[in-house]
Structure formats: C-alpha cells, structure tokens
Ligand binder design. Structure first.
Ligand SMILES: Cc1cc2nc3c(=O)[nH]c(=O)nc-3n(C[C@H](O)[C@H](O)[C@H](O)COP(=O)(O)OP(=O)(O)OC[C@H]3O[C@@H](n4cnc5c(N)ncnc54)[C@H](O)[C@@H]3O)c2cc1C
Length: 584
C-alpha cells in the first residue's frame, strides 16, 4: 500500500477541519486534510442563518447570557464546562474570522450585523436577544471559502476526493493514522500521522427527509465505532421546524429571526399557544413538535393537510432581498413559491446530530476507562458535528454549530500542538494495523449478489423515518430495530457490478451505507433505552423529563451494550446553572 507521512491527518474539510488545519499549518506543522469532495463543497457551505456569539452589536449582550441560553436549550444535558468555553471564546472566534477576511453583513455603524435566533434571551431568560452574526443568508459559504483561502496560503496539503476508510491503531490503543481510498483510481493510501483528527460532519442521511448533503454519511462515527469507541447521546437528533415540504431543503431560522412566522390550516399563528413568550423563536425541538402536533390533529395546510406555512411577505421586499436572497431562491426553485408574494410550505425535517464521538472540550476523544471516569485515546481527536463535546446536549440552538466548529477547531489544534511536542516520534505501524480497512475494501470489490445497495439504503432511511421520528415510543422503536436488523443482513447479499466499478461509485455508496448503519443502530438503541422526554428526544410513553434517573449521557457500543456517564454540571470558572423546568 502506498504510504505518506504527516504530523497531523485531518479527516474532513468542513468548517471544523479547516479551522483546525489553519491553526496547525500556520504553526509550521505538516498537515494533511482529506475530503470526499472539493473542500468548499463540504456541508458547512450550506449554512445559511449565521454564527452565534455575544458581541452585543444590536442589543446589549453578555457571554454568560449566551451560556445560560445554551444550557437551557440543551435541556440541561450539555456539559457546562464545555458550554462555558464555547460561549466565552465566541466573540474572539468571530473576530478571528473577520480578520481572516470573512465578509460579514454590516450594520449602519459598520459593526458586524446580528439577527435574533431561537432560544436567545437577555439577562437569563428575559427579552429576546439579537446574537447571531450573519453574512446575508450564506454565512457558511462565506466562512468555508475564507478558511479554504487561508489554508492555501498556509500550505495545508489537501487530499481531494479521498475517502477515509478506517483508523489505524496499535496494540496499546494509540491511533497512528488512517487508511484512505482514492475515489477516482480506487487505490488505497496509508496516511501515517502522529495525531489524527476526525471532522467528518453529520449523518443526517440515515433519515429519508433531511436537510443534509448526500455526503453526510457519518463516516467518522463508523470509523470510531469499528475501532472500539462508543458513541454518545445518539438518540438526540434535531428536526428543523422548516424544511421545504417534499424537498427537504432547509429554510433558515433566520427567516423567523427577521420577522417571519408560522400559520396552520385555519390561518392561525399557532406558536402563540405553545410558547406564549418566544412564539416562533422558541427552541427548535419545541417548534418542530408544535408543527407535528398541528398536522397530526388535522390543522395542517393544503389538500392533504400535511404541512404548515411560513409567512414572510409582510417583512417587505427590501429586507428579503438584502437579508434573505438565497431563501427566496430556494423557495422559488424547490417550493415553486415566491415568498415576496405567498407563504412557503414547510415541515419538520432532520437537520443536526447532537450526539457523536465522545470528546473533551479540547478535542481529545475520551472513552470510559476500566478504572476511573474516562481516559483519552492517544493520538485521536474529534470536532464539529461528528463530535459530542457535549455543548448542544439534547437540543442545539441555531447558530451554535458554526461557533462550535471554530472554537473547538482551534482548541483541538492547540492541544494537538502540545501532544506533538510531548510525542516527537511516531510509533511504528503494526503488521496488522491496516487489516480492518483492507478487509472492508476487499469486501466491496466487484462481487455477485441479488440485492442493490441503493434499495437497502432507501429501506434503512424509511425505517428510521417511520420508527424514530419526532415522537417515539417503545413498541415502534422495537419494531424499527427488528426491521433494521433484517435490512443489515441484506447487505451480505449486495452486488457491486462490473459496470459501476468504473467510477467506484457503487463501492463508495456501500462503504458509506455501512457507516450509516452504525449510526442508525446506535440511534435507535439509544432512543429505546432512554425512558424520558428531553430536548429533541420525545417519548409518547414517557412524556416527562426525569432528572432523577436520566440526567446522564448515553454511550452505546457497537455490540449494543450501553453505558452512561454523568453530565458535567460544573462550569470552568463561573457558578453552575442548575436544571429547572424549560419553557419559552
Ligand atoms: C442546510 C444546513 C444549514 C445550516 N445552517 C446553519 C447555520 O446557519 N448556523 C449554524 O450554526 N449551523 C448550521 N447548520 C449546521 C452546520 O452547518 C453543520 O453542523 C456544520 O457545518 C458541520 O461542519 P463540520 O465541519 O463538522 O462538517 P461538514 O461541513 O459537513 O464537513 C465534513 C467534511 O468531512 C469530509 N468527510 C466526511 N467523511 C469523509 C471520509 N470518509 N473521508 C474523507 N473525508 C470525509 C467531507 O468531505 C467534508 O469535507 C446547517 C446545516 C445544514 C445542513
């Protein structure tokens, strides 16, 4: 197998991977960044609404208020040390991007433009705050291009259209690099590195209706899981309240931030009933459940009463054209509606994975130890959507993910620098170090079979959608698990035809599907085990939050066994926000 050697291997060229890479390359380290797609096509490019940080440019603000909102938004499952770090570092992270050249929208006085987003308050639960910094409605696009340009300048080495297959570990559990696959040529490549950073993004493709890109297949989670690392809090999936009905494409929360609101089939502004104070800007889990209930109870819109409407024509042409031009385009293209004139048909759509690879707030991957609470996996880091730090707990607030990419991207890079100084030599790759990856690649060489990968893929998505949606209960989840097992067995009989091997697309799809399966099983098993309702996880059979038994993180292993670990309620320097009833 061809080999290359670097100080650090970063899997993923989204906002998280590129922020970390920039920090390391600028520091003189030799960094490889692998991506399945051209870097600026990573899903971060699709982020619309913005990045949240307490700059106080529009209304008075304080990072402690941001911290309070994030803890409450997480339904108290977020770890408060990590949340403090996120919110305290927020303004610095945004100013760094401004100085790198990110073209933010501006206020009259020249400061960075900010808009109100859901779950934001002043003074610990008071009036609505205005905290999300934006570059019109294409903030992620601006961020990703800025980071890419800076990385080119810093001489980061990009491996474009290389798919990481599996981690390389030695007998002591250290991670020594990764085996990748050249997607065009179909050849394997061993990347040896003293530190490996997973930044592979989300896995929304386990569901049928998703705002996520087709490449968001949870590869980092699959790799972690296969190398013996459990996955944390996988029952928590955010359904975004406003995906375009039928298409799944996202309509940013920024629309409601700019004054848009939801109406049901009776023309009623129903969020006033569910969240009298915050209304349409309540937490996303709250709004998504309200929509699902309106539809379920027959108050949906259209002939089939299967969606609600997002009205924004009243906010005026000028504001829509200046602040939400991309949204207007999406609406015209995917809903065939011009929002200047008519409301957009929307439904709750899977959007974001709060769970992921268990990581510390400085990026090290941590696992339950045989003795003591947890220990770091030497040489392995995880950041961004694939990681569970956990700052988003049971429900993420809008705009907090882009912030998480920057803050933990930099924090992980800084920790890696310390690690590299302490570990100047790379341990040798053991003879069997690449076996896991080799056997997976061999499994998906050309082969005979009676099943099509695409059919299995689609059936998995249908099962997850039907059995693990906005509202859940034991019976339905159990049936889902049985069906999922049947579907996974069909993979053994899947064919890779000669023809499709030309561009390796069928092999890649099969490899991705294996990763999605890991994520789907972890999700449904964790959801079945958690017998309470918290944040995005709503159980019909256990409708209340239960802090006495369930104020803890789930850790699900590949064999289905589950451990739990306590929520870290103690922040780094400030007093804790103790759990209380969550209302908006
Ligand atoms: C439509 C949409 C709008 C959003 N809007 C906002 C918003 O306004 N504000 C906000 O805060 N959040 C928003 N989010 C969430 C946020 O954008 C994402 O959580 C975040 O961008 C994820 O960044 P990431 O760096 O972790 O991963 P991504 O940007 O998804 O990048 C993942 C990278 O990993 C690579 N990769 C994956 N698997 C492999 C593999 N096996 N081998 C090699 N490379 C691999 C991919 O090629 C890619 O480069 C939005 C999400 C979506 C889907």
């Amino acid at each position: 197998m061809e080999r290359r050697k670097f100080d650090v291997a970063i899997i993923g060229a989204g906002g998280a991977g590129m922020r970390a890479a920039l920090q390391l390359s600028s520091g003189g380290y030799n960094v490889a960044v692998l991506s399945k797609v051209f870097p600026t096509r990573s899903h971060t490019v699709a982020a619309q609404g913005g990045i949240t940080a307490a700059l106080g440019n529009v209304t008075e603000d304080n990072w402690l208020w941001h911290m309070y909102d994030t803890v409450k938004g997480s339904d108290y499952l977020g770890d408060q040390d990590a949340i403090e770090y996120l919110c305290r570092m927020g303004p610095q992270a945004v100013y760094e991007m401004e100085h790198f050249g990110l073209p933010f929208s501006r206020l009259e006085n020249g400061k960075i433009y900010q808009r109100p987003f859901g779950g934001q308050s002043r003074n610990f639960g008071g009036e609505q705050a205005t905290r999300t910094c934006a570059a019109a409605d294409r903030t992620g696009h601006a961020m990703l291009h800025t980071l890419y340009q800076r990385n080119i300048q810093a001489k980061t080495h990009f491996f474009v259209e290389y798919m990481a297959i599996d981690l390389v570990r030695d007998g002591e559990g250290r991670v020594l690099g990764v085996v990748a696959f050249d997607m065009e040529k179909g050849e394997p490549l061993l990347i040896e590195a003293r530190a490996t950073l997973l930044a592979t993004g989300g896995a929304g493709r386990i569901f049928q209706a998703s705002t996520n890109a087709f490449i968001n297949t949870g590869d980092g989670l699959g790799m972690a899981s296969r190398s013996g690392i459990p996955l944390e809090d996988m029952e928590f999936w955010q359904f975004h309240p406003t995906g375009v009905q039928g298409a799944g494409v996202l309509i940013s929360e920024g629309v409601r931030g700019e004054g848009g609101y939801l109406v049901n089939g009776n023309g009623e502004r129903f969020m006033e009933r569910y969240a009298p104070h915050a209304k349409d800007l309540a937490g996303r889990d709250v709004v998504a459940r309200a929509i699902a209930l309106e539809i379920h109870e027959g108050r949906g819109c259209g002939e089939a009463r299967d969606h609600v409407l997002l009205k924004l024509d009243h906010i005026g042409r000028e504001k829509i054209m200046a602040r939400l031009p991309g949204i207007r385009e999406i609406s015209i293209n995917f809903a065939h509606v011009d929002p200047l004139e008519a409301p957009i048909p929307v439904v709750p759509t899977v959007h974001y994975m709060m769970g992921g690879i268990p990581a510390h707030y400085r990026g090290q991957v941590v696992v339950p130890a045989r003795t003591g609470p947890e220990e770091a996996v030497q040489g392995l880091y995880a950041i961004g959507e694939c990681a569970c730090v956990s700052v988003h707990g049971a429900n993420r607030l809008g705009g907090n993910s882009l912030l998480d990419l920057l803050v933990f991207g930099r924090a992980a890079a800084d920790h890696i620098v310390e690690f590299l100084k302490e570990n100047p030599a790379s341990p040798p790759i053991p003879a069997d170090g690449t076996d896991l990856a080799r056997s997976r690649l061999a499994r998906w060489e050309r082969r005979q079979g009676s099943e099509r990968v695409a059919d299995i893929y689609r059936d998995m998505q249908r099962i997850m959608q039907a059995h693990c949606g906005v509202f859940r209960k034991a019976e339905v989840l159990e049936q889902g698990l049985v069906k999922l097992e049947e579907v996974r067995r069909r993979l053994d009989d899947a064919a890779i035809s000669d023809h499709s091997k030309v561009y390796n697309t069928a092999r890649i799809e099969a490899l991705e599907l294996e990763n999605l399966m890991e994520v789907a099983f972890a999700t449904i098993r964790s959801a079945l085990a958690r017998r309470e309702s918290r944040g995005a996880h709503a159980r019909d059979d256990y409708p209340e939050r239960n802090d006495k038994s369930w104020l803890k993180h789930t850790l699900v292993h590949r064999d289905g066994t589950i451990d739990y670990k306590p929520v870290r309620l103690k922040p780094l320097t400030v007093p804790s926000f103790p759990p209380k009833t969550r209302s908006y």
